[in-house]
Design a binder for this molecule. Structure first.
Ligand SMILES: [Zn+2]
Length: 260
């Protein structure tokens, strides 16, 4: 993990304990302690402001009768069945992460936004170090691609089933460039719930948050996310927030609601 990729936000609890420990153990404060407290306080304030600015209630407007998100390029942008990305949205900083893919040759779906691509490289490197072989399967997806996927699924499975397993165009996290589907040889690189029971799927669940990712559609969270359990789909939200969501076993929806 490179320092530059760590979130600069410091949780209030850290500041609280820093102040408390300094007050208890260091009288008078050591040189620089007041600056450290001031910096921590500034971080805390900017984190609170960041969360406030990204509150679900503040980041949606109706455009042509469609509930459309306004914080498109935020790392905590909330896209779901109630909150659409505009059909024209394409992230500006898409790159191909240097990780193994389940297929060869160039493809737009190899891309992620730069911040998520860097984090994914760190995630895959850590997995490899632990003897876990992951492969990336599908990342960025344009509105038009999602439209054809949903329409194909709906024609095969019927619209109700398609709606639980695939997103309607504009409602896919893959359009944010912050999500990647990951799988392993042990399930033939399939995107299936059985991946969650493999050693690779278990490793991913236990470690994704350390690199800023969450398992976005968790087990038992179908009612909250609108999607079946997807142990293969990770979403970048940043290290601190991913840690909190994982530790508290929340969905992104719940976390963003809670934090305002
Ligand atoms: Zn996915």
């Amino acid at each position: 993990m490179k320092n530059s990729k760590l979130t600069s936000f410091m949780p209030k609890i850290v500041i609280g304990s820093l102040v408390a420990s300094l007050a208890l153990t260091c009288m008078p404060f050591p040189k620089g302690a007041d600056q450290a407290i001031a910096a921590a306080s500034r971080s805390s304030q900017s984190f609170a402001k960041f969360m406030q600015m990204n509150a679900p209630s503040r980041t949606v407007k109706t455009v042509g009768g469609i509930q459309t998100v306004t914080n498109l390029s935020s790392t905590v942008v909330l896209v779901n069945k109630q909150r659409n990305l505009p059909s024209t949205y394409v992230p500006k900083d898409l790159v191909v992460p240097n990780v193994p893919f389940s297929f060869s040759g160039p493809s737009p779906k190899k891309q992620l936004r730069k911040i998520a691509a860097n984090a994914l490289e760190d995630l895959f490197a850590a997995a490899k170090k632990d003897g876990i072989e992951l492969k990336a399967v599908s990342g960025y997806r344009s509105y038009a691609t999602q439209k054809s996927i949903f329409e194909r699924n709906a024609s095969i499975k019927g619209e109700a089933v398609a709606n639980k397993t695939s997103a309607r165009p504009g409602q896919s996290e893959h359009q944010t460039g912050l999500s990647m589907d990951i799988s392993s040889a042990s399930v033939g690189y399939a995107l299936e719930q059985s991946f969650g029971s493999t050693k690779e799927g278990k490793w991913l669940k236990a470690n994704a948050h350390k690199y800023g990712f969450i398992i976005r559609y968790g087990k038992g969270k179908e009612k909250l996310t609108g999607y079946s359990y997807e142990p293969w789909h990770v979403r970048y939200v940043g290290v601190y927030i991913a840690g909190e969501i994982t530790r508290q076993n929340l969905t992104l929806e719940q976390y963003l609601q809670k934090s305002i």
